[in-house]
Design a protein around this ligand. Structure first.
Ligand SMILES: Nc1ncnc2c1ncn2[C@@H]1O[C@H](COP(=O)(O)OP(=O)(O)OP(=O)(O)O)[C@@H](O)[C@H]1O
Length: 604
């Protein structure tokens, strides 16, 4: 099955394959012809009836030189064509794998370890590259060289040639057995390599190292890595042994057969010395390709395991196509949409249940709710990144989502900003960064917008990263923008300023904001409150605030207390510990969007 799929990879290059076969055949034929000249040298030119014949010797030497030069030229052409073909096959496999992974549902990346993905994309394809770069021409060449040498041996003396092959079944048996073991060992080795890559990617990151240091777990991390590395080393030793057992069996064959041939020649009549010498030369020509075939078969078994790991990823069903809907007005309609994540036993864990929402074009919506209530999941549904399991999500226009984790790629600030808008001029970048209050900070850097951000933006603070990422999202000018706690790392004053500026810049476009810090945010058209995956409240800010026992009002009041804007003694216990239903009234101070302090009267 795997072998058939591997062969199919070469189908687009079948003409090149045929050409390689032809060139290898010519090379092998030219090579096999040289030992036949040896027979003429010995039996006619040196020890013939008429004694040594210099003219014939010179002719044979000339013929050998032309044959060798021709063989070298053909070999060079063959190496060029097969090298190009192998690289193209690998290139298309690598890019197919990358493209397929890009289309995988987001849940795949949530569950997979990044080291595992990288390992299949890099280690496994490297292993395949090593194998197919050498395998095809060497295998063909060796097979043909073997057949030509065998043919020449049969043409010299078929009984001696038959004797030569008597040990072959034993070699084939050892080779088949070791090959199977090698495939299993090498699959285990590739898995161990992927595990090592995953450990390194996770633990040798900035966050991983910091975590290990603050918890004093450096020794433990080194031990985990060491154990996996040792497992890989042990697998390597066993795989080496399996591969060597094939080669050792071949070695016994190579050493024994000349003596078997000598014994057989001694028992036969009419074998001339020239025939026997040509036979011995041909035997060495037989061993070389046979050795090569055994060696390639072990390499191929190793590559087969790598192929299977790559095919396994290619066979995974891709996710829905990305929701790119340009030119829409920016309206989003969610009707009775539910979404479930797959649990450990593949059981459905519902994160959203029957959510219905209407986001008119140019509206602003605030989504709030306790931890785990489904806000991020809803944001992903609105952005078309998740497909609802039930119900529908209709998006009219392109959606951009700015997540809480602001991912910046290695490169300059300008490169990262232009990821969203490749044609944006410096003025556009400046305007976007001014909106997110990042421009002055960037200008204070020696290289300004050309400053490098480091891996994943590590050279900037969390709040700075978020402000650059938010500017990038603004540059996309998508009709719908979902901000999923995209300002959570900003200090409260800057956050308010930035949110104000973002809403001003996006007036006329649809903006959705998911946040935990909404205490003083009253400028959104609609507030949607989620709890346990369901919409429990929705409406304008004052309207929801008026519902004294509502989750929103209770959360706003609790935040006011946290910010010290209302003394705890001002507030009834029900405002701090949510859930009880007592009735009382009071007031808290609140910082409004324009930075003014005011008091909110409340009654519960
Ligand atoms: N990839 C995932 N696989 C399985 N369950 C998930 C996954 N992501 C989220 N969940 C679960 O789905 C539920 C909703 O998660 P979600 O991230 O949408 O909540 P949230 O309201 O954004 O939470 P928070 O305020 O903590 O960010 C939670 O119970 C969470 O454990």
């Amino acid at each position: 099955m795997t072998t058939r799929r591997i062969i199919r990879l070469f189908m687009p290059y079948r003409r090149a394959v045929l050409l390689v076969v032809l060139l290898v055949a010519i090379f092998s034929a030219l090579n096999a012809a040289i030992p036949l000249l040896t027979q003429v040298v010995f039996d006619r030119a040196l020890f013939g009836k008429d004694g040594p014949r210099p003219d014939l010797l010179a002719l044979i030497a000339g013929l050998a030189a032309v044959t060798a030069a021709g063989a070298a030229g053909v070999d060079l052409a063959q190496a060029w064509i097969s090298g190009r073909m192998a690289q193209r096959v690998i290139h298309s496999l690598r890019t197919r794998l990358f493209g397929h992974l890009q289309r995988m549902p987001l849940g795949f990346f949530a569950a997979a370890r990044s080291g595992e993905i990288q390992s299949r994309l890099a280690n496994d394809t490297n292993q395949i590259e090593d194998a197919i770069k050498d395998t095809l021409p060497s295998l063909l060449g060796s097979l043909l060289a073997f057949l030509f040498a065998l043919g020449a041996m049969f043409s010299l003396s078929w009984p001696l040639a038959s004797v030569t092959l008597c040990l072959a079944p034993a070699i084939l048996w050892v080779s088949a057995r070791s090959g199977r073991a090698l495939k299993i060992l090498s699959a285990a080795g590739q898995r161990a390599r992927a595990e090592i890559a995953s450990i390194a990617a996770e633990r040798l990151s900035l966050g991983g190292i910091t975590l290990a240091r603050v918890h004093g777990r450096d020794g433990h991390e080194a031990a985990v890595f060491g154990a996996e590395s040792e497992r890989l080393a042990r697998l390597g030793v066993r795989a080496g042994l399996a591969a060597q057992s094939v080669l050792s069996a071949g070695h016994i064959f190579f050493v024994l057969t000349p003596y078997i041939v000598f014994v057989a020649a001694g028992l036969m009549d009419g074998i001339t010395p020239g025939t026997l010498i040509a036979f011995v030369v041909l035997q060495s020509r037989l061993y070389q390709p046979l050795w090569q075939i055994l060696h390639i078969s072990t390499e191929f078994r190793t590559a087969q395991a790598a192929f299977e790991r790559v095919f396994e990823y290619l066979d995974l069903p891709p996710g829905p196509p990305p929701a790119v809907r340009g030119g829409g007005a920016g309206e989003v309609r969610v009707a009775r949409a539910s979404y479930a994540y797959a649990g450990p036993e593949d059981e459905a864990r519902w994160a959203l249940r029957e959510v219905t929402l209407d986001l008119p074009a140019a509206s602003t919506t605030l989504i709030v709710g306790p931890n785990g209530s489904g806000k991020t999941t809803l944001g992903y549904l609105l952005a078309g990144l998740y497909e609802p399991a039930e119900g529908t999500v209709r998006i009219d226009g392109r959606v951009c989502l700015a997540p809480q984790e602001a991912l910046l790629f290695q490169g300059s600030i300008a490169d990262n900003l232009r990821y969203a808008a490749p044609d944006a001029g410096l003025d556009d970048l400046v305007a976007a960064c001014a909106t997110t209050r990042m421009h002055d900070r960037i200008m204070a850097l020696p290289d300004g917008y050309d400053s490098v951000v480091g891996e994943r933006g590590a050279l900037f603070s969390g709040g700075e990263r978020q402000r650059i990422a938010l500017a990038r999202a603004l540059l996309s000018d998508a009709p719908v923008l979902v901000l999923d706690e995209a300002t959570s790392a900003l200090d409260p004053l800057t956050e308010r300023e930035v949110i104000h500026a973002v809403l001003r810049r996006r007036s006329g476009m649809t903006t959705v904001m998911i946040t935990h810090r909404f205490g003083g945010l009253d400028t959104f058209d609609t507030v949607v409150v989620l709890d346990g995956g369901r919409v429990v409240e929705s409406g304008a800010h004052p309207e929801l605030l008026g519902n004294r026992h509502g989750l929103y009002a209770r959360m706003v009041r609790a935040q006011a207390v946290q910010r010290g804007e209302g003394a705890v003694e001002d507030l009834p216990s029900s405002l701090v510990s949510t859930g009880s239903a007592c009735s009382c009234s009071g007031s808290v101070r609140q910082l409004s969007m324009d930075g003014q302090m005011s008091r909110i009267n409340y009654e519960t």
